[in-house]
Design a protein around this ligand. Structure first.
Ligand code: NAD
Length: 273
């Protein structure tokens, strides 16, 4: 659990200001990343989706000394424009962006992809889970000097077929391609764009996937490290990519999943294997 970890304090992000999109509660991956960035001296602003989430997120962010919360449903260009305009007025410039947002109808995150996928959900999942990174990244880039960095969150379902992941896997494949094209366009300006492919974590988004528990237990059993993916590991990777340590890395999809993605067939544990 993210709130059980004490992230090591340091100065890696001192003087940097960034926007974190996608905190819903204390289990959110965006929240784990935010805590790590704050522990390294970053100044943070947050977006939230709708009033109900504002009530949950405000006490969290106040706990790390942040006070800027901007309402932003990423399907609404007006809200995106308003959020970035407020940041521009407040800070003038931005150093980094964390995009940790996805959505697909729960009813379609199960069973047959071919049978269950509707045009409406397909387009919505693409809009919220892939295009929103382009939409937010475009606005963020306008506020960044050379050295700016962006990170999004993806999952192995973009590369491989996983049970129930269905439309979300297709949207994540698009998100990873968006990451590379954004990196190409923004690279000459010295801005970096990367994705973290995280192993399964117990969050609200994971709860929406039928059989999500199976993804968690298989993730642990099949991973080469034989352990769950840690929030600390995901947040540490984000810190590397968003700080100057990640200086020459762009257009990458970095797996943080205890080595699950390299396994073709899991070991049985037999010594003669
Ligand atoms: P989460 O539910 O805590 O976060 C998802 C966020 O998306 C929420 O804050 C929600 O408000 C936001 N969101 C959804 N629709 C939105 C909209 N229209 N406008 C603005 N915000 C919207 O779950 P999480 O697991 O922390 O998910 C964060 C990211 O990490 C997602 O992209 C998810 O696919 C990815 N990811 C999760 C896992 C996992 O196992 N939990 C693994 C790999 C990648």
């Amino acid at each position: 659990m993210a709130d059980e970890w004490v992230f090591p304090k340091g100065e890696l992000m001192r003087g940097k200001r960034g926007l974190v999109m996608g905190v819903a509660n204390e289990r959110s991956i965006a929240w784990g990343i935010a805590q790590q960035l704050a522990a390294q001296g970053a100044e943070l602003a947050f977006t939230y989706q709708g009033e109900a989430l504002e009530k949950r997120v405000r006490p969290l962010i106040e706990g790390i000394g942040a006070d800027t919360m901007l309402e932003c449903d990423v399907t609404d260009d007006g809200q995106l424009d308003a959020a970035f305009a407020t940041l521009e007025r407040k800070w003038g410039k931005l150093d980094f962006l964390v995009h940790s947002i996805a959505f697909a109808e729960k009813s379609e995150l199960k069973g047959s992809f071919v049978e269950n996928t509707t045009r409406e959900n397909f387009l919505r999942a693409m809009d919220v889970s892939a295009f929103s990174f382009v939409a937010a990244g475009k606005r963020a880039a306008k506020l960044m000097d050379a050295g700016g960095a962006m990170v999004t969150l993806t999952y192995l379902g973009a590369e491989r077929v996983l049970p129930s992941y269905n439309t979300m896997g297709v949207a994540k494949a698009a998100l990873e391609a968006c990451t590379r094209y954004m990196a190409r366009d923004l690279g000459p300006e010295g801005k970096r764009v990367n994705a973290i492919s995280a192993g399964p974590m117990k969050t609200l988004a994971m709860a929406g996937i039928s059989g999500g528990r199976g993804l968690l237990s298989t993730g642990r059993e099949w991973s080469v490290m034989k352990e769950d993916t840690s929030m600390e590991g995901i947040a540490g990777c984000a810190l590397w990519l968003l700080s100057d340590l990640g200086r020459s890395t762009t257009g990458e999809v970095i797996h943080v999943d205890a080595g699950f993605h390299i396994v073709g067939v899991p070991s049985t544990g037999d010594a003669n294997e």
